[in-house]
Each structure stands twice: as structure tokens, then as C-alpha cells.
Design a protein around this ligand. Structure first.
Ligand code: PLP
Length: 222
């Protein structure tokens, strides 16, 4: 029997503790797939491209909470600032400054996560611990009044070595606990995707970003 999007969602929810927020990663997928998940009560969706995020936001129900999970260029912040629920991918200070500027312009608080580089690969974005501390210090000094730093995000190395994945998630969890002791308003640790979300939850994740395990494999050739 063919597994539907709703079956997949229910299965993941059943295996996931209540406190873990499930973001359905709908990148490259049609609106009809998103509406199948929506009909199954899913309201949090993640995209990694600004253009696709903006288009889907315009076309789909307004109570969807849109998460920007992909690398974000400074000159594109303005397009998502009016509506985005949470930006997971803040990986440098200049980007945060631009988010502050756009938040002020649109007269809304913008919620962000700071993306930490935990993978061994060069291809994964993210800041190091030193930059994290610089940003938290400036934030606490009041430099970003229209931004809310809600937590940390990370992507583990794309490998079958579960011990390596676990150690990367454990490192990020320690960093989250340390950061949260300084910044009480932190509430999200965003880590875990289709192939590693169970390991991530074991290591303290409370926000998982799951795409292919819900919507099926992506086809980038179309
Ligand atoms: C695509 C993507 C995901 C989801 O990946 P799946 O393997 O399909 O679950 C999660 N996080 C980010 C940042 C992504 O770009």
C-alpha cells in the first residue's frame, strides 16, 4: 500500500516526543503536497530558497508558519521579512545586522536561530563558537532591538557514521545549554533531518526539519 504524506507525518509524530516541533521541509515540492500535509494539521513548513518561500507564502493559507532554513543572502532578507516565522540560518554578523534593519523597517520582531558549523564538510554553512559569543554579547548590549535570538541550528555531516553524527549533535547541544544559560529566551535547538532526526532528538533537539521522510525523495532535475 502506498504511504501517503499524512501517514508519514503521523508516523514521525508518533515516534517523536511532544516537546519536539516538526518542521515539514517542502522545498521543490508542489503546493498540492503542502496542502496534503496542511489537511493533516501540519502548520510549520520549511524552505531553503527565498523565491520559492515567497511564492508559496503568497499562494497558500495564511496561518502557515514559514521557516527559512537555507543559506540566506543579505540582499534577499527584505523579501521574507514581512512574514517569515523563524530564520534558522543566521551564520554571520552582517546578515544579522541586515535582519535587524529589515525588522525595524517592517515594524515587527524577527525571530532567528544562529547556525553553528558542526559538520566536517566545507560545504555546510555556519559560524564558529567565537562568533556566537560575539553576537550574544552584542545582542545583550542591546544592538539588535528588533531581533529575537530564539536558539541554535546545526547540520551534521552527511555520513552513515552514526557515532560521528551523534558527537556533532552532542557538541551543539552542549553549546546550546551554555548559550541558553546566558540568554534565557532561547527555546529552540534545531537539529535533525530525515536520516538523523532520531539521533538528534536523543541529543537534545527540540526542532527537527524533515523533508524526504514526509514528502518522498526530491527530484532536482525538473
Ligand atoms: C533539505 C533540508 C532539510 C531536510 O532534508 P531531508 O533529508 O529531506 O529531511 C533539513 N534542513 C535543511 C537546512 C535542508 O536544507
Amino acid at each position: 500500500m502506498k504511504q501517503t504524506i499524512c501517514d508519514n507525518l503521523k508516523k514521525i509524530k508518533n515516534e517523536t516526543p511532544e516537546n519536539v516541533l516538526l518542521v515539514a521541509v517542502s522545498k521543490t515540492k508542489p503546493n498540492s503536497d503542502i496542502m496534503s500535509a496542511y489537511a493533516c494539521d501540519q502548520r510549520d513548513f520549511g524552505e531553503n530558497k527565498v523565491q520559492e518561500l515567497v511564492a508559496k507564502h503568497e499562494q497558500l493559507p495564511q496561518d502557515i508558519r514559514w521557516h527559512m532554513i537555507g543559506h540566506l543572502q543579505r540582499n534577499k532578507v527584505k523579501y521574507i521579512a514581512p512574514f517569515v516565522f523563524l530564520i534558522h540560518s543566521v551564520d554571520n554578523l552582517k546578515l544579522l545586522k541586515e535582519i535587524e534593519k529589515q525588522a525595524a523597517k517592517h515594524q515587527r520582531q524577527l525571530q532567528v536561530l544562529l547556525q553553528i558549523k558542526i559538520a566536517k564538510e566545507d560545504t555546510k554553512f555556519g559560524m564558529d563558537e567565537e562568533t556566537l559569543h560575539t553576537i550574544i554579547t552584542q545582542y545583550q548590549a542591546g544592538e539588535f532591538p528588533n531581533v529575537r535570538i530564539k536558539g541554535l541550528m546545526g547540520m551534521a555531516t552527511n555520513t552513515d557514521d552514526t557515532i560521528q553524527i551523534a558527537s556533532e549533535f552532542a557538541y551543539l547541544h552542549r553549546l546550546y545549554i551554555k548559550s541558553k544559560s546566558q540568554l534565557k529566551e532561547m527555546e529552540y535547538l534545531s537539529m535533525g533531518m530525515s536520516h538523523d532526526y532520531k539521533i538528534a532528538i536523543t541529543h537534545g533537539s527540540n526542532l527537527i526539519r524533515v523533508g524526504s521522510a514526509i514528502f518522498g525523495a526530491r527530484n532536482y532535475s525538473i
